[in-house]
Design a protein around this ligand. Structure first.
Ligand SMILES: Nc1nc2c(ncn2[C@@H]2O[C@H](COP(=O)(O)OP(=O)(O)OP(=O)(O)O)[C@@H](O)[C@H]2O)c(=O)[nH]1
Length: 591
C-alpha cells in the first residue's frame, strides 16, 4: 500500500467522521427548534381549527403543488336522525359505537429505521397522524356518534410512542373509582403490536378511596377478564414514606384496613417495585427464549420465576394513563423523593422522563393523555379529572354528573347542607338537580357573586374538586355486578351501607303509591317557583339564574417543580432526568 493510498483512506475516514458530526449537529438543531414551542396538551380543538392546523402541518393549505382535497374534510354527511326519540337515538348510538369500535384507535407510529433522516421521520409521522385525525374526524361527522375530546397534539403522542417502544412492561395507571373509564384496551393492543411479549399491568391507583368489598368485586372482574392488575395508593405509599398517617377522609381507615388477600390488598412501595421488576424480567426472558407463553396468573410469587433463564441485566417499565390519575404521585412514591410535580390540575406532566431506580430497574413516565373514546360527555370528563376544571363553562352540567353519582345523603353529610326533597309527583329516587345542589351549597358557604346572586361558578369548581379529590365518595361497579352481589360480612361497612341513600322515605312513598300522582296544589305551588331556564327551584331560593354568576374565577395554577429536568436524551431529543434512588427504609404497607 503506497503512502498516498494510505493518507487517502485516512482522509476518507476523517471526512466521514466530520460528516457524522455535522449530521448529528443538524439533528440537534432540528430537535431544538421543534421543542422550542411549549408542549401543550390540545383536546379542545374545533373541527375547523383542526382542519386549518392540520392542513398547515401537512403543507397542504392552498398549495398549488398539492391539489388533493384536504383529507380532514369529508362532506359525505350521513342521513339525519333528528326525527328519532331520545331512546331510539341512544339505541342507534350504541349500535354505531359497536360498529365503529375498531376505528377508535390510538395513533400508530409509522415504521421507521435508524437510517431515516430526521426530516423524513418527521414528515412520515405527521402524515400518519393526519390520516388518524381524518379517520376520527369522519367519526365526529357521524351524527349518531359522540366522540369525546381527545389529545390532538402530535408531540404528546410522540412521547407515548417512545415510552411504548422503550418499555418492557407497560403500566397503565387508572383511578380505582372507575377503572374501565381510564383503561385503554387499544393501547394494550398497540404495545403487543410493537412486541408480542410486552404486557400491560393495570395499576389501580387511589385504591384508598375504594372499600375492600369493592376491591373484591373489581379483583373478580379483572380475574375473569384476564387483566393483570395491582391495587395501589400513591397517596398511602407517600404518607408511609413520610411517616404520616392517612386520615384525610372518613372512609380511608376502613379502605386501608389490613387485607391478606394478595389480589385485594393495597401494595406497599417495595412490594410494587418488586412486582414490576418481576413482571418486566419475565417479559425479557420470554423475548430472549422466543417463548410465546406469558404469565397468566395474577398472583405474584418470586418462586414462579421461569427456571433456567437467567434474570436480564436491566428492565424498563413505562407508565401511561389519562391526566390526573396519579402517575407523578406514583413515580414520586416509587423513587422515594419528589421528582415530578403533583397537582390536581390535569395535564401537567409534559415530557416523558426516565428514572433509574436501580441497576436492574428503570421507570419511564409518560405525560397524561386523553385517549379517544365514545360515550362520556365533556362534563363527565371534567368530573373525572381528565379535563381541567378551569376551562369549564357549563358548570351546571358538570355538577349534575356529581349529583348523579354521589348519594343525596352523602352530599348532605359531607357539606352539612339540606337538599330540597323531590316533589311528591316526581320520582322520589331522582338525584338532586345541579341547580338545587349549587344553591344549597352557596347558601351554606356564603358564596355570593358581586351581583348579589349565588356564586354558582365558584361553588361548582369547589364541588368538582372535592369530587375528584375523593372528599365526595363515589365509585363505579364492575359491569354486570350489583352492589349486593357476593357481599359478605368482613367487618367493613357493607357496600349497601356505604351507598345507603336517604331513599328510606323514597321507598316508603313508593310503597304507598304516591310516587307519580301529582297533587294539584303542589303543582300550582311549584309553578310559582318555576325558573323557566332551570326547572323547579327550591322555594327558599328566590334568586334567578344569572349570566353574572357564570363568570370565571380563574384560580392561579400551582406550578410544578421542574427544576430536576436535565439535558437531552441523545436518542430522540426528549428531556430526561436520571435519578438514582436513595435506599428508603420502608417496609410493605400495613394494609
Ligand atoms: N386519594 C388519592 N389521591 C391521589 C393518589 N394518587 C394521586 N392522587 C391525587 O391525584 C391528583 C393527581 O395526581 P398526579 O400525580 O399529579 O397525577 P398525574 O397522572 O401525574 O397527572 P398529569 O400530570 O396530569 O399527567 C393529585 O391531587 C394527587 O394528590 C392516591 O393514591 N390516592
Amino acid at each position: 500500500m503506497g503512502k498516498n493510498e494510505k493518507s487517502g483512506v485516512g482522509r476518507a475516514l476523517v471526512k466521514h467522521h466530520n460528516a457524522m458530526i455535522q449530521q448529528s449537529k443538524e439533528k440537534g438543531r432540528f430537535y431544538k427548534s421543534q421543542h422550542k414551542k411549549v408542549l401543550e396538551s390540545v383536546t379542545e380543538v374545533s373541527n375547523i381549527d383542526a382542519v386549518i392546523e392540520q392542513a398547515e402541518e401537512a403543507d397542504q393549505l392552498f398549495s398549488i403543488h398539492h391539489p388533493t382535497p384536504n383529507p380532514l374534510i369529508n362532506l359525505d354527511v350521513s342521513s339525519s336522525i333528528s326525527d328519532m326519540t331520545p331512546e331510539e337515538r341512544r339505541e342507534q348510538q350504541k349500535k354505531e359505537e359497536a360498529l365503529h369500535a375498531s376505528s377508535l384507535r390510538v395513533p400508530r407510529r409509522p415504521p421507521w429505521t435508524a437510517a431515516m433522516s430526521v426530516e423524513e421521520l418527521d414528515a412520515n409521522e405527521k402524515q400518519a397522524f393526519l390520516v388518524w385525525r381524518r379517520s376520527l374526524a369522519r367519526l365526529e361527522e357521524n351524527e349518531k356518534l359522540v366522540l369525546t375530546p381527545f389529545e390532538k397534539n402530535l408531540d404528546i403522542w410522540r412521547q407515548l410512542w417512545r415510552v411504548l417502544e422503550r418499555c418492557d412492561l407497560l403500566v397503565m395507571v387508572v383511578d380505582a373509582r372507575d377503572p374501565l373509564f381510564y383503561r385503554c384496551p387499544d393501547l394494550e393492543e398497540y404495545a403487543k403490536e410493537i412486541d408480542k411479549h410486552k404486557r400491560t399491568l393495570l395499576l389501580v391507583n387511589k385504591a384508598d378511596l375504594l372499600p375492600v368489598s369493592m376491591r373484591k368485586k373489581w379483583a373478580e372482574y379483572f380475574r375473569l377478564h384476564k387483566v393483570l392488575f395491582v391495587f395501589w395508593s400513591a397517596k398511602a405509599a407517600t404518607a408511609e414514606l413520610e411517616g404520616k398517617l392517612l386520615t384525610d377522609h372518613w372512609k380511608m381507615e376502613n379502605n386501608m384496613r389490613k387485607s391478606d388477600d394478595p389480589e385485594t390488598k393495597i401494595h406497599g412501595r417495595d412490594e410494587l417495585l418488586a412486582r414490576l421488576q418481576y413482571e418486566a424480567e419475565e417479559i425479557v426472558k420470554m423475548r430472549k427464549s422466543g417463548s410465546d407463553t406469558s404469565t397468566s396468573s395474577n398472583i405474584y410469587s418470586p418462586r414462579n420465576n421461569a427456571e433456567g433463564t437467567s434474570a436480564p441485566k436491566s428492565v424498563m417499565v413505562g407508565f401511561v394513563g389519562y391526566p390526573n390519575v396519579g402517575k407523578s404521585s406514583t413515580i414520586n412514591a416509587l423513587v422515594g423523593q419528589k421528582r415530578t410535580g403533583v397537582t390536581s390540575t390535569p395535564g401537567k406532566t409534559k415530557h416523558f422522563q426516565t428514572l433509574i431506580i436501580s441497576d436492574e430497574l428503570t421507570l419511564c413516565d409518560c405525560p397524561g393523555l386523553v385517549f379517544p373514546s365514545f360515550s362520556s360527555s365533556r362534563y363527565e370528563m371534567i368530573a373525572s379529572g381528565v379535563l381541567p376544571i378551569d376551562r369549564m363553562t357549563e358548570h351546571r352540567e358538570a355538577v349534575q354528573v356529581v349529583a348523579n353519582r354521589v348519594q343525596r345523603h352523602v352530599i348532605e353529610d359531607v357539606y352539612k347542607i339540606k337538599l330540597p326533597k323531590p316533589k311528591p309527583y316526581e320520582s322520589q329516587s331522582r338525584p338532586p338537580q345541579a341547580s338545587e345542589f349549587l344553591r344549597a351549597y352557596c347558601a351554606s358557604h356564603g358564596y355570593v357573586a358581586s351581583s348579589g346572586l349565588p356564586d354558582e361558578t365558584r361553588a361548582a369548581r369547589q364541588i368538582l374538586k372535592d369530587f375528584i379529590d375523593g372528599k365526595l365518595p363515589h365509585y363505579e361497579m364492575p359491569p354486570g355486578m350489583s352492589a349486593e352481589d357476593g357481599e359478605e360480612d368482613d367487618g367493613n361497612p357493607s357496600l349497601s351501607e356505604v351507598l345507603k341513600s336517604d331513599a328510606s322515605d323514597v321507598e316508603d312513598s313508593l310503597e304507598n303509591g304516591t310516587e307519580t300522582t301529582p297533587v294539584f296544589e303542589h303543582v300550582l305551588d311549584d309553578l310559582s317557583s318555576f325558573d323557566l331556564a332551570n326547572g323547579l327551584v327550591s322555594k327558599k331560593a328566590t334568586v334567578k339564574k344569572s349570566n353574572e354568576s357564570r363568570k370565571h374565577h380563574k384560580k392561579p395554577q400551582r406550578k410544578k417543580d421542574r427544576s430536576w429536568r436535565v439535558g437531552n436524551d441523545d436518542e430522540d431529543g426528549m428531556p430526561v432526568t436520571r435519578v438514582f434512588q436513595k435506599p428508603v427504609n420502608s417496609g410493605p404497607l400495613n394494609v
